[in-house]
Design a protein around this ligand. Structure first.
Ligand SMILES: Cc1cc2nc3c(=O)[nH]c(=O)nc-3n(C[C@H](O)[C@H](O)[C@H](O)COP(=O)(O)O)c2cc1C
Length: 220
């Protein structure tokens, strides 16, 4: 029976929920599933967390407009990392497939960036990243900004990326009165003519995406 490992980091529970739904669905399909929740050594203050991400903000318009700039930026930007606790499954080579889950912290989350260095056995593995973020699946700002750096790191470790899954959490920890959620709900209506809720795990598009992802990585 094919063995699947689902690894994830989650700070506020949304990626953890997605990891659980994936584990349940993949087990239901007859696969053997192990799970690992990445835990940080010390949680960082929510307001200090985005500081190392600020250098992109003044350049964001150029980033969004120029594919060439994005290619260069993804090669040179500083990816912050965060110390993680010892892993229960530090060597993933026993698995046929690894699903790696992260919240989007502009790029990949800091603890997942560290996991990519700490875990061994990625060489030759089939890997599929999955993620939650607040917004709808905007091609550049959400999908490319997260998955390009994440997948290029996976490929550098010798993994083959077989698919990706992105689900909106419709949740953002900043700022005080749900300003970011409101902004992303507005963008969702403008860009996709759909409410942001459609792209969540409980929404129409989110549910279809989840099934599509599972059909690709763990066919029935
Ligand atoms: C430092 C930081 C940066 C974030 N950047 C983005 C972003 O670029 N786009 C987005 O839609 N959400 C962003 N978010 C929101 C999270 O991706 C979202 O709330 C996610 O679902 C949280 O997952 P979790 O509950 O598993 O931690 C950011 C959150 C943090 C803490």
């Amino acid at each position: 029976m094919p063995r699947v490992l689902i690894v994830h980091y989650s700070r506020t529970g949304h990626t953890a929920r997605l990891a659980k739904v994936l584990a349940d669905e993949i087990r239901r399909r007859g696969y053997e599933v192990d799970t690992e929740a990445i835990r940080v050594k010390r949680d960082r203050n929510k307001w200090l967390l985005p500081l190392p991400l600020l250098p992109l903000l003044p350049l964001l318009p150029v980033y969004l407009m120029s594919a060439q700039f994005r290619r260069v930026w993804h090669r040179v930007y500083h990816q912050p990392e965060q110390a993680i606790r010892p892993l229960a499954i530090p060597d993933v080579s026993a698995y046929d497939l690894v699903l790696l889950g992260t919240p989007k912290w502009l790029y990949l989350s800091f603890p997942v960036a560290r996991w990519l260095k700490a875990a061994s056995g990625l060489q030759g593995r089939r890997v599929a990243p999955f993620a939650t973020f607040c917004g709808p699946p905007l091609k550049v700002f959400e999908l490319e900004m997260l998955f390009e750096p994440l997948e290029s790191r996976l490929r550098t470790r010798g993994a083959t990326v077989v698919d990706r899954l992105a689900v909106s959490s419709n949740y953002h920890p900043y700022f005080f009165f749900g300003e970011m959620e409101r902004l992303f709900r507005f963008i969702s209506r403008k860009a996709f003519k759909r409410p942001l809720a459609d792209f969540t795990l409980d929404g129409e598009v989110g549910k279809i995406e989840l099934q599509r992802f599972c059909d690709t990585v763990c066919p029935k």
